[in-house]
Design a protein around this ligand. Structure first.
Ligand SMILES: [Zn+2]
Length: 55
């Protein structure tokens, strides 16, 4: 679970793993695309834990 701000709800929401739609790995880290309870899609950048797997 992670805590995000949803502009559609105008409040903080707890997003469950089942609400994650996809994850994008790019040179800035990882972006998690999630769907809020209201149906709004959002993106969360994590990028904190690189495992050294980038080539
Ligand atoms: Zn929402």
């Amino acid at each position: 679970m992670f805590d995000v701000y949803c502009p559609a709800c105008d409040k903080q929401r707890l997003i469950a793993p089942g609400q994650v739609r996809t994850m994008i790995n790019d040179d800035q880290g990882i972006a998690v695309i999630y769907e809020c309870y209201c149906g709004e899609l959002g993106a969360l950048r994590t990028g904190a834990a690189h495992e050294g797997a980038l080539v």
